[in-house]
Design a protein around this ligand. Structure first.
Ligand SMILES: Nc1ncnc2c1ncn2[C@@H]1O[C@H](COP(=O)(O)OP(=O)(O)O)[C@@H](O)[C@H]1O
Ligand SMILES: [Mg+2]
Length: 234
């Protein structure tokens, strides 16, 4: 279980997150949705201790993470796919996925990159292409595949659909759901695309200017038209 309790985050003197609390049960799938600039990326970086200055509590599997550095969090099974994807441009798709062996969850062996590629139909024909020659959608697929190869207990995807064509968004939803089902990994997803978030998760939090303003399942959101309108402009 991931628990975030009363978490605040700062860049210099600006406070970006204000007392955020949320939880993801083992194997659970949870979305954080909110507009541009709401604080989604800052939240994910705070959970990984990868950037902002943080006050409050992040605990994972019952232990407070405190000042634990990012690379150790990864070894504990918390794997972040950042919004800029960070694909290595000068090595192939297969080699990008093989990099996951450096971040594999402790006590596990990384998955065989060839087998991982086979789970992502879009990657099969391009497995020998260089990272720098991929479209945005292909890069996102590689980033998710690389995360799965590291055997995460919780995969954190930061706005994976940003800039992707609708047909790719649909394929990505199928692949993310299948990968989570098959691996048993939990999912913490940040999104502005409500359709995609709904395909991939059971519960959501809405974040607005660094505050959580709603939490519940998707049916509860649907019953709150005013919340949707006020915070998500739909
Ligand atoms: N490195 C940074 N330094 C200063 N302010 C930042 C930095 N990164 C993000 N911010 C600010 O924090 C706020 C939240 O940004 P972000 O977490 O990226 O939102 P989101 O991911 O929801 O679009 C924004 O006002 C943004 O300008
Ligand atoms: Mg962001």
């Amino acid at each position: 279980m991931l628990r975030v309790d009363d978490l605040s985050a700062y860049y210099g003197d600006s406070q970006i997150l204000h007392g955020i609390s949320l939880a993801v049960p083992d194997g659970g799938r949870v979305a954080v949705v909110g507009r541009n600039g709401a604080g989604k990326t800052t939240l994910f970086k705070s959970i990984m201790n990868a950037g902002p200055r943080v006050a409050g509590h992040v605990s994972w599997q019952g232990a407070e993470l405190g000042a634990m550095p990012s690379f150790k969090r990864v070894r504990q099974g918390l794997v972040l796919v950042p919004e800029d994807r960070r694909i290595f441009p000068h090595v192939t798709v297969l080699e990008n996925i093989a990099m996951a062996c450096y971040g594999v969850t402790r006590g596990q062996a990384a998955l065989d990159p060839v087998q991982v590629v086979e789970r992502f139909p879009m990657l099969v024909p391009i497995r020998d292409r260089l990272g720098g020659q991929l479209s945005g959608g292909q890069q996102q697929m590689v980033a998710v595949a690389r995360a799965i190869a590291a055997r995460p207990k919780l995969m954190m995807l930061d706005e994976p659909t940003e800039g992707l064509a609708p047909v790719i968004v649909e394929q990505l939803a199928r692949d993310v759901v299948a990968a989570c089902n098959e691996s048993g990994a939990g999912l913490l997803l940040s999104e502005q695309n409500l359709w995609f978030a709904r395909q991939c998760t059971d519960r959501l939090y809405i974040i607005d200017t660094g505050h959580i303003v709603f939490e519940g399942d998707w049916a509860t959101l649907d019953a709150n038209a005013d919340v949707k309108h006020r915070y998500l402009a739909v």
